[in-house]
Design a protein around this ligand. Structure first.
Ligand SMILES: NC(=O)c1ccc[n+]([C@@H]2O[C@H](COP(=O)([O-])OP(=O)(O)OC[C@H]3O[C@@H](n4cnc5c(N)ncnc54)[C@H](O)[C@@H]3O)[C@@H](O)[C@H]2O)c1
Length: 420
């Protein structure tokens, strides 16, 4: 498939790309695309949304949501007056609240968007279901696996939509990457190497009189599993998606080895998630080197896909006999002679072919997931497949934390909610 076949312009995405994806073997891998492809968002009756949490992410989401054709922000809520005031600037006509229960009681809503610290997601989700509302909640789902399960169970028992913020599932480049993987273009995928490496402490400045734990909730165990629930959860979802499975086992090592500033969560994690058939997702995340940034390297027997960069690479054609090959490689500069008492071998260089673009254009996948959510709320049923992906990713991130804490390999838990 050529790039020109995959129209990535923002507005045509729902109307054309999803339609194409839904019909070409992607239905099983991304079933929500089929639903979105049939959606008709511009009907005039906007879904009324109440925002809980107008911090950094909440305010970004208000702006994403404002671009949708089917949702409107009608209420906002935050316990921190500074952030509530910033939210009001973006949603000047919205009613404001400092207690989410008061906002739920006041009514006039179809759904809530939750963008608060991890440890309050579950309570607020359950409260919103009790108030008869649908819920869109940021990833990761909750601080414990039990709370993740309770959120799914309650969405089922109340018959309300629960959608979690994994925007890459609506990302045209990722959908194209998945489509080309499913079409066999990179052969059999046996390893995914994923990393999220940053060069910053994650510590925020704390205004005087405000508790550090309120502002820096990401750094403390009560409220966060750190890199696992903040960053890894996105990439663990990608792993499950491309392997078309949940992991079977995880082992890992975590440490606080650079930012020794009183934080409780690891600043450096390395894990292996094992999947059926010996496949592996090798994961690293750290906060003191950004050279390799954020990427998933999806490695198959015929090629590699790197969706964050939006590129696909083919493996080189079969090589000629060893000595002949070595001579040619040295001439071509793929290997070098190393003068240690005479010329010798030099380690194999990585494949440096430029690869091909998977397509990159002007779109907003977070806006697209809200349009999908709006359609799900109107229909009163979830976009198929999304919640299972989110649940597995949250469980995997929390299980990874436990494996690192306990220093041993942990099997995928029994007793989880079934989606079959
Ligand atoms: N999907 C993504 O790419 C992405 C990116 C960034 C953050 N996030 C997620 O968004 C969520 C929020 O992250 P953030 O960076 O915006 O944090 P933040 O600290 O900037 O904002 C959280 C806000 O929630 C408010 N809050 C806390 N308890 C509350 C309560 N009980 N009721 C109402 N408001 C309350 C805080 O006052 C704060 O304003 C997290 O779950 C995070 O993982 C997702």
């Amino acid at each position: 498939m050529q790039e020109k076949d995959f129209d990535l312009t923002r507005r045509s995405f729902v109307d054309r790309v999803l339609m194409a994806a839904a019909g070409t073997g992607m239905a099983a891998a991304a079933p929500w695309t089929a639903f979105a492809a049939t959606a008709r968002p511009d009907q005039g009756d906007r879904v009324r949304i109440g925002f809980i949490g107008t911090g950094d992410r909440g305010r970004t989401l208000i702006q994403n949501l404002a671009k949708t054709r089917n949702c409107a922000v009608v209420s906002i809520c935050d316990t921190y007056d500074v952030n509530l005031a910033k939210g009001r600037v973006l949603a000047p006509n919205a009613r404001t609240f400092t207690d989410h229960r008061k906002m739920l009681e006041t009514g006039g809503l179809d759904a809530v968007v939750i963008a608060t610290p991890l440890h309050v997601h579950a309570r607020q989700t359950l409260d919103a279901f009790d108030a008869g509302l649908h819920v869109w909640c940021e990833k990761a789902m909750a601080r414990t696996i039990d709370d993740c399960s309770a959120m799914v169970a309650k969405s089922r028992s109340t018959n309300k939509v629960l959608q979690i913020g994994h925007q890459r599932m609506f990302h045209p480049t990722y959908l194209n990457a998945l489509k080309r993987t499913k079409a066999g273009e990179i052969g059999t995928v046996t390893q995914i190497r994923a990393s999220w490496h940053r060069q910053n402490s994650w510590r925020r400045a704390v205004p005087s009189g405000v508790p550090d734990r309120q502002i820096n909730w990401r750094l403390y165990r009560d409220s966060s599993a750190g890199l696992m629930t903040e960053l890894a959860t996105h990439q663990l979802q990608i792993g499950d998606w491309f392997f078309d499975a949940a992991p079977q086992r995880v082992m890992g090592s975590g440490s606080i080895c650079f930012w020794k500033d009183g934080r409780e969560v690891y600043d450096h994690v390395a894990l292996i998630y094992e999947y059926a058939g010996g496949r592996k997702l090798v994961y690293t995340s750290l906060l003191n080197n950004a050279r390799y940034g954020c990427e998933e390297q999806i490695m198959g027997s015929k090629g590699t896909i790197e969706p964050e960069l939006g590129r696909i690479y083919q493996e080189l054609p079969p090589r000629v006999a060893t000595l002949e090959r070595m001579k040619k490689d040295i001439v071509k500069g793929k290997k070098r002679a190393v003068p240690i008492g005479g010329a010798t071998w030099f380690p194999e260089l990585p494949i440096t072919t430029p690869g091909e673009s998977l397509g990159w254009s002007d779109y907003d996948e977070t806006m697209l997931q809200f349009e999908g959510f709006g359609e799900a709320v109107r229909a009163g049923k979830p976009l198929p497949g999304l919640l299972q992906q989110a649940y597995q990713a949250s469980v995997a991130s929390l299980l990874g934390e436990q494996a690192m804490d306990q220093g041993k390999a942990l099997d995928w838990p029994t007793g989880l909610i079934s989606f079959s």
